[in-house]
Structure formats: C-alpha cells, structure tokens
Design a binder for this molecule. Sequence first.
Ligand code: SF4
Length: 161
Amino acid sequence: MLKFHNYDIVFQEVPGEVALAISISNCPNRCKGCHSPHLMEDTGKTLCENTLADLLEKYGNSVTCVCFMGGDSHPHEVERLSAFLREKTNNRIKTAWYSGKQHLPERCSLQHFDYIKLGSYVEHLGGLRHKTTNQRFYRIENASMVDMTEKFHIKHSEVKL
Ligand code: SF4
C-alpha cells in the first residue's frame, strides 16, 4: 500500500506544468546523502483512488499535472493511480513520476505517464539541476521517452541543491 507524507503545489519539478507534488513515503532506495530521509520511514496516510479524487476536488482546477514523488516500493500502484488520474480527468491532468530507479520497473508501461524521472540520487553528481547529474527526466511521447533533462539546467543553472 502506498502512503504519502505531504503534498504541495510546485512549479519547477515538471517543466511547463503547475504540479501537485505528492511525497510518497517508505522509499526503499536508501541513497547516501538522501535529501528527504523522513521519506524512508513507513509513515503517512494511505494514497489511493479516493485520496486522489479528494485532492482533485480541492486542487484540480489549480494544477495541470500531478507528480508522484517516489513510490518505488510499489511501482505498479503508482502506475495504477496515474492511469486512474488520467482517465478521471480525460487526460486534462498530466501525470509525472519521480522514480529513484535506474530503469522503468518490469511490466510498468510508459503509456500511463506523461513524464518520468529515472535515476538514483548520487550525492557527488547532484540532482536534476546539476549538469553532472546521472538522473534523467523524460517526456513520454508516442510511447517513446524524450529526454528533457537539459530544461532543468537552462532554467536553473544558478541553483544549487
Ligand atoms: S530515492 Fe529520494 S527519498 Fe529515496 S532514498 Fe533516494 S534521495 Fe532519499
């Protein structure tokens, strides 16, 4: 079962979108230098279709995208909820997934997402805003992954993580 710690409306995590970012707990990745160690704990409230329907009711007109931050402990639940959101809003709301895995998990389908970030957090390489990062951010277009990681570097070249 997925659980989430909190959520927030954000402007920089998904280029060109106003996103409702949901921070999912129970992260299994254990990256050295983790920027959000509290997300490794199995805490928070259940994240399910009912939760998302409530959030859509409150924020659905204020955002263009819902971004799942984490969820690698139950990737197929993330996929299911992403598909739910897109169907419920007739694709008006896009979905993004920040996974800490190197590759899309087996049997997860690209077609249920609009954006996917892949790659673990490696402290000395930095996150997406660092040009040295190992992480990649993709837009999903016709079942292909279009790398748009550079968008983070152009817009945020002066930002340090
Ligand atoms: S994936 Fe993110 S939240 Fe999970 S351990 Fe790595 S840095 Fe921390």
